[in-house]
Design a protein around this ligand. Structure first.
Ligand code: UDP
Ligand code: MG
Length: 316
């Protein structure tokens, strides 16, 4: 019988944990698979952990990892993968936006030999908000060509993919990006995403911006390439303009004038230079952060695991 690991990143979700647990147990209680639920408490400041601890005392399917602080849901998913034992692993969010029944459809595809099964949210073309639309377009064009057009929300991956992704132990990255980057045989199913059961989204605008930059810097050299192209274009323009001025002076004796336009050019060029430095800085900072070899997360305690999973030593 195949073992399926269901990984649930949890950050201040005290109102949702019991509901998602009950729903999952109901759905999996009648299934022909064995399963484990791995909850990762991503540094919650509410009662999430004690609720999880109680659940795991009652039910041996429930395993809990507690982070020492908030490391973000992608680090939480990575930890879940590292501690998982399943032949296939899937991520689901604690707010019940993704219907747990969906997991069976994902499993069906996996049984048919697909190593990466992606659940894509069904957007009505017009209702997809501008930001995600632009984000996924850019990602497809410049970073990960196999990113589904409508983005990704849920993944189920085979043990082979789990091993590939956990062996990287990358920080400042997107776990979904890493899965897509690793290749493997992928397929898509669409589903209707619900609304959050209780509470508010834990993905703040700051976290979204970080993910946006992380995705591009981790999987694309396009930002660096664009710097070079803009630099060359500006230099070329400057050179042509200089020729034009000298030409005018020599042949038409025209005086050189225009402080205002000079200021504009200066400000524009300085602005562009600062943006370029910023982009370089983003790469440099990540390379520095990686070279310090700090782990992508720190586990404060774990409950319910018989022995440690594949990568836990390195991150404990
Ligand atoms: N989450 C987490 N750490 C964070 C932010 C979110 O573990 O720093 C979890 C959260 O508890 C939820 C899942 O990630 O289970 C998805 O987050 P959320 O529903 O807040 O995001 P949204 O659906 O708005 O994108
Ligand atoms: Mg949500």
């Amino acid at each position: 019988m195949s073992l399926i690991s269901i990984i649930i990143p949890t950050y201040n979700e005290e109102e949702n944990i019991s509901a998602i647990y009950e729903k999952l147990s109901e759905v999996f209680g009648i299934a022909e698979y064995s399963f484990e639920f791995i909850f990762i408490d991503d540094g919650s400041t509410d009662n999430s952990f004690s609720i999880l601890k109680n659940l795991s005392d009652k039910d041996s399917h429930v395993k809990v990892i507690r982070f020492s602080r908030n490391f973000g849901s992608h680090a939480a998913c990575l930890a879940g993968l590292m501690y998982s034992k399943g032949d296939a692993c899937t991520f689901i969010s604690a707010d019940m936006q993704d219907p747990p029944e969906l997991i069976f459809e994902l499993i069906e595809k996996w049984k048919r030999g697909f190593e990466v099964v992606i659940g894509v949210r069904e957007w009505e073309e017009k209702s997809m908000r501008l930001f995600p639309r632009i984000y996924y377009k850019l990602v497809r064009k410049f970073a990960l060509k196999n990113m589904p057009e409508m983005g990704t929300d849920v993944f189920l991956i085979d043990r082979k993919v789990v091993d590939a992704v956990t062996s990287m132990k990358e920080k400042n990255t997107s776990i979904f990006g890493l899965i897509l980057w690793s290749g493997f045989k992928q397929t898509i199913i669409t589903y209707k995403k619900g609304s959050r059961y209780k509470g508010v989204s834990k993905w703040t605008p700051g976290k979204k911006i970080k993910l946006f930059i992380d995705t591009f810097v981790s999987f694309s050299f396009f930002p660096i390439r664009i710097i070079s192209v803009i630099g060359i274009l500006i230099a070329l323009f400057g050179f042509l303009y200089a020729t034009f001025i000298v030409f005018n002076k020599l042949f038409f004796a025209k005086p050189i004038e225009g402080w205002a336009s000079l200021m504009v050019v200066l400000l524009v060029v300085f602005g562009i230079q600062l943006i370029m430095l910023g982009i370089l800085g983003e790469y440099l900072w990540r390379s520095f952060d990686e070279s310090r070899r700090r782990p992508p997360f720190i586990v404060a305690e774990n409950i319910g695991f018989e022995e440690k999973g594949s990568g836990s030593n390195a991150c404990k």
